[in-house]
Design a protein around this ligand. Structure first.
Ligand code: FBP
Length: 547
């Protein structure tokens, strides 16, 4: 495989480990934990893994060695920069414990476990992928692990390969599956530990112990670079309004972080739209007002950031999606028999009048996505909805009306962009390279400590790596009950943008100035070599959250 000059130089980078992970260590137990909500129901569903204590690793004298063991690893869900470093950290960790230990990768996500599709990850293979972006070392997939026969099929291959522990690298849905699997294997005394690792560019898998999910740092730096480039183009030509949709299925963390890095004129935050009970028309009016105001000062240009999950936060659409979910779950068999061309009218007939009216008012491309196309976890595929275009068109119509009424005298020409996939496989920033390597290495220590149902946790990450704190948190601690496909299920609670949190409050203090003036910041591309203030800065979100 021919490599770029950067790939070759980057391969030589040795990710840093926190002090606590550099030698022998001791697992110190903290307080027993509780799930974030619905404690009774969650405890009933996880009798063997509920309530376990926090763990923190502390350095001790001596050497860490284990009996020979094999470990399996799965990359699950959407790609996030640094996945290969989780695997290389895990590989180095288990080899340090015993050079005879082996690592097996299951191919193309959780389906590799069920379908017995795997490969041994040797030193030669792992070395090819150190500090690179992507999940291509073994591939990823979105198969949902939820049925007993899937767990049993998986156990067959785990036993055949003599695998003692399985590491699942994934987001909230995948780690929910990891938790269910850990509980099942413990309940049947299968002798297989399951450990999770917090991945997702969306940044919505976090709490006091998981300060950030990996990939968020790199992805937001890539998006901020290109947003900055667009801003410079915008400020040079002074003739377009750029509508930029940013990935992040539900929470608006990616959009908020990019706003903090680049100072766009308008930034929509889904969580705020929901809290203010805004309609689509309220959002459109908010943008049109800012456009009209800039036009009075001759500035017929600007940049608008739109989170891809916005549509689901608009309360009326959220209600519609909830009814759609229940209706489709109750009528699935019937619905599957309806011809494709008749599906939309079937949906309309089965919705309440209020929701049918909203459904009808949406462009066909949006209603199709809401009703017909879901991912295997039942999520609406918001990255396929062209919200940026929808908003630009609606703002254009409103401004045309205002023009007739003499309320708008400017020009309004638009460009649309969607940044998502281009950030998910970038070469990990120094932060993600170190963080991911530490998460993987730490996972090997959780395995050595005999733990199951834990997520690898590395915190204090706004400080230098030496001071990072390694340990584990029970996954059940992050659970609550939510309705999925018409049934209440235990799932990890998504961390949304907190409207009383520092990052959002900082943004609110500055957004009026950013809207009126042209205060763009141009972050430039991620730097891997050079002064620490250029190469090693964590995200603004992380910094503000830990001020
Ligand atoms: P994960 O939650 O699995 O990390 O995936 C996140 C994400 O990148 C979302 O931001 C986006 O909406 C979705 O994946 C896109 O999914 P797909 O890769 O299947 O198109």
């Amino acid at each position: 495989m021919e490599k770029s000059a950067l790939q070759i130089a980057r391969a030589a980078y040795q990710p840093k480990l926190p002090l606590a992970l550099r030698g022998a260590l001791n697992a110190v137990e903290g307080e027993p934990t509780q799930s974030v909500a619905d404690q009774e129901e969650v405890e009933k569903l996880f009798p063997n893994t509920y309530g376990m204590p926090y763990l923190r690793f502390e350095p001790v004298d001596g050497e860490m060695k284990t009996q020979q063991m094999n470990v399996g690893v799965i990359l699950s869900g959407g790609q996030a920069p640094g996945g290969h470093n989780v695997i290389s950290g895990l590989f180095d960790g288990i080899k340090k414990l015993n050079p005879a230990n082996k690592l097996y990768g299951f191919i193309l996500g959780p389906s590799g476990l069920v379908e017995h599709n795997y490969m041994e990850l040797t030193a030669e293979i792992v070395d090819e992928y150190r500090n690179t972006g992507g999940f291509d070392i073994i591939g990823s997939g979105r198969t949902k692990l939820e049925k007993k026969d899937q767990f049993d099929k998986g156990l067959e291959i785990l036993k055949a390969l003599d695998i003692k522990a399985l590491v699942i690298i994934g987001g909230d849905d995948s780690n929910t599956n990891a938790c269910v699997l850990a509980e099942y294997y413990k309940a049947i005394d299968a002798g297989v530990q399951v450990i999770g690792c917090p991945k997702t560019i969306d940044g919505d898998l976090k709490n006091s112990e998981i300060e950030t999910s990996f990939g968020f740092d790199t992805a937001t730096k890539v998006y901020s670079e290109v947003i900055g480039n667009i801003m410079r183009d915008c400020n040079s030509a002074k003739k377009y309004w750029h509508f930029v949709k940013l990935m992040g299925r539900s929470a608006s963390h990616v959009t908020l972080e990019c706003a903090l890095q680049t100072h766009p004129n308008i930034t929509l935050i889904g969580e705020e739209v929901e809290a203010k009970n805004q309609t689509l028309d309220d959002v459109v009016t908010y943008i049109a007002d800012a456009v009209a105001d800039r036009a009075t000062r001759g500035m017929n240009y600007g940049v608008v950031l739109v989170p891809e999950g916005l549509i689901e936060f608009i309360p009326a659409i959220k209600k519609l999606i909830a009814e759609l979910n229940d209706m489709l779950a109750a009528n699935q068999a019937d619905f599957d028999l309806v011809a494709d061309d008749n599906k939309i009218s079937y949906v309309l007939k089965h919705l309440s009048d209020e929701n049918a009216a909203i459904f009808k008012s949406l462009p066909l491309s949006v209603s199709r996505q809401l009703a017909l196309e879901r991912d295997p976890h039942g999520n609406v595929q918001v990255s396929l909805i062209e919200t940026e275009q929808l908003l630009a068109e609606m703002v254009g119509k409103k401004l045309a009306e205002w023009k007739k009424e003499g309320l708008f005298n400017g020009k309004f020409s638009t460009q649309h962009h969607f940044f998502g996939y281009e950030g998910r496989c970038a070469a990990p920033s120094n932060f993600d390279a170190d963080y991911c390597y530490s998460l993987g290495f730490n996972a090997s220590m959780l395995i050595a400590a005999g733990k199951t149902g834990y997520m690898s946790s590395v915190k204090n990450t706004s400080k230098p790596v030496d001071e990072w704190i390694a340990g584990g948190i029970p996954i059940t601690m992050m659970m609550n009950m939510e309705k999925r496909n018409g049934e209440m299920k235990p799932v990890i609670r998504k961390a949304l943008v907190e409207l009383d949190g520092n990052p959002y409050k900082y943004f609110v203090c500055h957004r009026t100035k950013w809207a009126r003036e042209t205060d763009f910041i141009y972050p430039g591309p991620i730097q891997y070599f050079g002064p620490a203030e250029v190469c090693d800065q964590p995200t603004k979100t992380l910094t503000l959250e830990h001020e």
